[in-house]
Design a protein around this ligand. Structure first.
Ligand SMILES: *[C@@H]1O[C@H](CO)[C@@H](O)[C@H](O)[C@H]1NC(C)=O
Ligand SMILES: *[C@@H]1O[C@H](CO)[C@@H](O)[C@H](O)[C@H]1NC(C)=O
Ligand SMILES: *[C@@H]1O[C@H](CO)[C@@H](O)[C@H](O)[C@H]1NC(C)=O
Ligand SMILES: *[C@@H]1O[C@H](CO)[C@@H](O)[C@H](O)[C@H]1NC(C)=O
Length: 580
C-alpha cells in the first residue's frame, strides 16, 4: 500500500533511541526448588498491605499525567519533544487544573516522554481475538453494531456487524461505500447519539463526550466540521443545529483548550452539505492527538485503550481521522494503529477533501486508566484489559501468552525484567536487588524503557516477572504474558491511591499477579533531605492535601533503596505466584 503516514523516515526529531543495553546478571544458584519457595513468604509482605487508607476525599488532586510543566505550551504544541533525551515522567499524575492552588501555574519542568519511538515498525499479524473469527458473508461492511448500542429500537438496520473487506488497495476503499451511506440514509435518516454522562463516581476524572453518528456523514477537516444530513434535525443539536466537542479521551479542563474543537452540524438535506470528494465504506473515528500523548502511560490511557474500546470491534474496517496530528506519534504506534485500522489515518489538520461515511464516532469512549469494565453504552461488548493485552500482542507480534512453567524445561530459569529509571525514583541498590533475585533463581535483565516501543515490548513479553519503582514505565505491564507477575515498589509518602489505581488494579484486571512493596522511612532518600520530624515523615497525607506542587516537589523526587531483609520475601513470593 502506498502509505504516507506510516512510511515516513524512521528517525524522529528528538526520538533518539537510548535504551540501555540489557545487562544480564547471572548468579550462583540456578536450581529452582518449587516446594521450598512458599516457606519464604513471611511477614514482610504484610506491612505493605496494611498501608491502605481511604483517600476518597483526596481523589480530586490526582490526575494521571506526569509531573506538571513550567511551560504548558511546550507540552501542548504539535511538535515532538525537543530534548534528545526523553526524561522519565515524574509520575503519571497531574491534578485537574481547577483543584490546583493558584489555579493556573504549574511549577515543574515539562516531563518528556518515557518512550519515544524511532524505529520502523513491522506489520502487524492477524488478529487472534476469539470474536474475530466471526463469519464471512457479504463483503459490504454493515454499519457498526455500536450504532445500535442505545437499544432504543430505532436502529435495527444498523445492527449487523461489519465484515472485513477482502483487500484494501492503496488505502482506497471500495467506491460503493456510497451505497452503504445511501442505504443507511434511506433506512432511517441521519442519527446522532451522544454519551455525555461523563462523571465517574468515585474517580477524579470525568469522561469527555463522545458522539456516534449514522446516515449520510460528510467530514470536512478543513472546516473542522462533520456534516450530518438530518432532515428532522433531531439528536441533541443546539439552536443553530450544531454540536461542538473536543475529541480527546481525557476530560481535563487544563488540557481541552488545546484540543481542536470539532463541530457536528445537522443539515436538512444532502444539498446543504459539501460534496463528497471521497466516499468511504467504513465508519469514521475522529479523535485528537493533543495533550499528554507521548507519555507512554497517556499514549495508552488517552488513545490506545480508548481507540480499542471505540473501534476494536470493527476489525480494522474503520477510518481514523486524527486532529492535532503528530506524525512522530503516528509513526511510533504504527503497528497498533494498523491493527485497529486497515487504512492510513487521515490528518484532520491538513486534509482539504470532504470524506463521506455511512457512520462515525466523534471522540473516543474511555473507561478508567488501563481499566475496562462492562458497560451498556461505553463498553457493550464487555471488553476487558485482557482483550486489550491480546490486541497489543497481536499488533506487535509478541509471542508469549503465558509465563514460563517452572520446572518444565530443565535448567530454564524464570525471567525477571527490572525497569530502571534514569531520573527520579531510582532504585539505588538495583544491583543488590538484581543479585538477590539471581540468587533466588531468576534470570535477571535490567533495562530502561526506551525509545523503541516494539523492541521494549518484546523484552517485557519475554519476562515472567516485571519489577519497577512506581512510574510510567510500569505501564509496560500491558506487554507481559497473562498470569505474569508485576512487582511495584511504592515510594515513601502515602502513594497508595496512585499505586493502586494506575498500576495495581490494572495489573489485576489484566490477570497479572500483582505484588506491591511499600518502602519505609529508612528506605527513601527523603531521609537524607528532611528531618524525621518533617511533615513528609510525620504526616505525608498533608502533602497530598497541599496539592500537586507539594507532591511533585517532594514525594515524587525521591529515590529508594530497599532493605533486602524485607524485600527478599517479595522476590520469593513472585516466584511462588508464577507457580500458582
Ligand atoms: C513556552 O514554550 C513555547 C514553545 O516551546 C515557547 O515559544 C515559549 O517562549 C515558552 N514560554 C516560556 C515562558 O518559557
Ligand atoms: C456484558 O455484561 C453484562 C453484565 O455485566 C451482560 O448483561 C451482557 O449480556 C454482556 N454483553 C455481552 C455482549 O457479553
Ligand atoms: C536468560 O534469559 C535470556 C534472555 O533474556 C536467555 O537468552 C537465556 O537463555 C536465559 N538463561 C536461562 C538460564 O534461562
Ligand atoms: C532491614 O529490615 C530488617 C527487618 O525489618 C531490620 O531488622 C533491619 O534493621 C533493617 N536494616 C536496615 C539497614 O534498616
Amino acid at each position: 500500500m502506498t502509505s504516507t503516514a506510516y512510511s515516513r523516515p524512521s528517525k524522529l526529531p528528538g526520538g533518539v533511541e537510548r535504551r540501555l543495553p540489557p545487562r544480564l546478571m547471572r548468579g550462583l544458584t540456578s536450581k529452582i526448588e518449587p516446594k521450598k519457595l512458599g516457606v519464604g513468604l513471611i511477614a514482610g509482605c504484610c506491612l505493605a498491605l496494611l498501608t491502605y487508607v481511604s483517600l476518597a476525599k483526596l481523589f480530586a488532586i490526582y490526575s494521571p499525567v506526569f509531573a506538571s510543566t513550567a511551560n504548558t505550551s511546550a507540552m501542548l504544541q504539535n511538535s515532538p519533544p525537543s530534548s534528545p533525551k526523553p526524561s522519565v515522567p515524574e509520575t503519571e499524575a497531574i491534578p485537574p487544573q481547577e483543584t490546583l492552588a493558584g489555579g493556573g501555574s504549574r511549577g515543574d519542568a515539562v516531563d518528556l516522554p518515557e518512550v519515544a519511538g524511532s524505529e520502523e515498525p513491522g506489520l502487524p499479524e492477524a488478529v487472534t481475538r476469539k470474536e474475530m473469527s466471526a463469519g464471512a458473508g457479504s463483503d459490504e461492511p454493515g454499519l457498526p453494531e455500536a450504532l445500535s448500542r442505545k437499544g432504543d429500537g430505532e436502529n435495527a438496520a444498523a445492527a449487523s456487524e461489519p465484515k472485513p473487506s477482502p483487500k484494501k488497495e492503496e488505502g482506497e476503499q471500495r467506491p460503493n461505500g456510497g451505497a452503504a451511506a445511501a442505504a443507511a440514509a434511506s433506512s432511517g435518516e441521519g442519527k446522532m447519539t451522544c454519551d455525555e454522562n461523563g462523571v465517574d463516581e468515585g474517580f477524579p476524572y470525568a469522561r469527555p463526550t463522545v458522539c456516534e453518528l449514522s446516515g449520510d456523514i460528510r467530514v470536512s477537516p478543513k472546516q473542522k466540521t462533520v456534516y450530518l444530513v438530518n432532515p428532522s434535525s433531531a439528536g441533541g443539536f443546539d439552536e443553530s443545529g450544531e454540536k461542538r466537542l473536543r475529541p480527546y479521551a481525557r476530560k481535563d479542563e487544563f488540557l481541552l483548550p488545546a484540543v481542536t474543537e470539532v463541530t457536528v452540524k445537522s443539515v436538512p438535506s444532502a444539498a446543504a452539505a459539501p460534496e463528497c470528494t471521497k466516499r468511504h465504506a467504513v465508519p469514521a473515528v475522529v479523535f485528537s492527538n493533543a495533550g499528554y500523548t507521548d507519555n507512554f502511560f497517556h499514549d495508552m490511557t488517552d488513545a490506545m485503550v480508548p481507540l480499542f474500546l471505540t473501534a476494536g470491534h470493527l476489525k480494522g474496517e474503520v477510518q481514523l481521522l486524527i486532529t492535532n496530528y503528530k506524525p512522530w506519534w503516528v509513526q511510533k504506534y504504527t503497528p497498533l494503529l494498523q491493527k485497529l485500522s486497515n487504512y492510513d489515518p487521515i490528518n484532520f489538520d491538513e486534509d482539504d477533501g470532504v470524506h463521506c461515511f455511512p457512520a462515525g464516532f466523534v471522540g473516543l469512549y474511555r473507561d478508567r486508566d488501563l481499566i475496562l469494565s462492562p458497560h451498556p453504552t461505553r463498553n457493550p461488548r464487555n471488553y476487558t484489559m485482557v482483550d486489550f493485552n491480546r490486541f497489543v500482542r497481536g499488533a506487535l507480534a509478541l509471542p508469549r501468552e503465558r509465563p514460563a512453567v517452572l520446572g518444565e524445561e530443565p535448567g530454564m530459569r524464570p525471567r525477571m525484567l527490572i525497569i530502571s529509571r534514569a531520573g527520579t525514583r531510582k532504585l539505588l541498590n538495583l544491583d543488590e536487588v538484581a543479585a538477590a533475585a539471581t540468587e533466588l533463581g531468576f534470570n535477571v535483565t535490567v533495562a530502561e524503557a526506551g525509545a523503541d516501543v516494539p523492541a521494549f515490548a518484546a523484552q517485557v513479553n519475554a519476562a515472567d516477572v516485571l519489577l519497577a519503582v512506581h512510574g510510567a514505565g510500569l505501564t509496560n505491564q500491558i506487554f507481559l504474558p497473562t498470569n505474569g507477575v508485576v512487582v511495584q515498589i511504592v515510594p515513601w509518602g502515602k502513594m497508595d491511591w496512585m499505586a493502586t489505581n494506575f498500576y495495581g488494579q490494572p495489573a489485576k484486571d489484566m490477570k497479572l499477579r500483582y505484588l506491591e512493596y511499600y518502602v519505609g522511612e529508612e528506605e527513601t532518600s527523603l531521609k537524607d533531605k528532611y528531618p524525621r520530624d518533617h511533615t513528609v515523615f510525620k504526616d505525608p497525607m498533608a502533602l497530598h492535601k497541599q496539592g500537586w506542587q507539594a507532591l511533585a516537589g517532594i514525594v515524587m523526587k525521591q529515590d529508594v533503596s530497599v532493605n533486602l531483609t524485607r524485600f527478599r520475601p517479595f522476590l520469593l513470593q513472585a516466584l511462588d505466584k508464577l507457580q500458582e
